[in-house]
Design a binder for this molecule. Sequence first.
Ligand code: S3P
Length: 166
Amino acid sequence: MSAERPVVLIGPMGAGKTAVGKRLATKLGLPFRDTDEAIVAAHGPIEAIFAEHGEPWFREREAEAVAEALAAGGVIAPGGGAVLHDGTAAGLREHDAVVVLLEVDRETVAARLVGGRRPLLAGGGIAEWERIMEARRPRYAEVATLRIDTSGRSVEAIVAELVGRL
Ligand code: S3P
């Protein structure tokens, strides 16, 4: 793998993008960039952003955060909906990113999803997750250059397989 190609982990909420990304970055000796974290640092909690500004505003800030991360390089974990933005999808191609789709089944997600960082799931829980996943599946498939199943697997096991396939 070329050191200059950014590695971008995509997939739905609960797929393990942040946990896998951190570990993978350590293994590869590359910086790790979490765009949710960058957005929170700049604009405050995600649930407050959704409540005050709405989802479209969040998506614009997210697209900016992904563009900055792509320019800086390393291992990048955008939020699960980032690739819906056409600018982000184009940015991935422009930077020749290795785009890894972390796939996951509903049982694994149900066990992983905790906390208030996911306003999109506030009302509907796992059923809402499934609905969102179905709607995004074609987009994930379109932008991914590599796929890995994370269902029921440890971060360590996922990263070990990933390192071998990059
Ligand atoms: C979202 C995923 C979240 C966060 C926001 C919206 C989404 O990030 O960006 O709640 O639309 O899928 P994670 O995928 O890291 O949970």
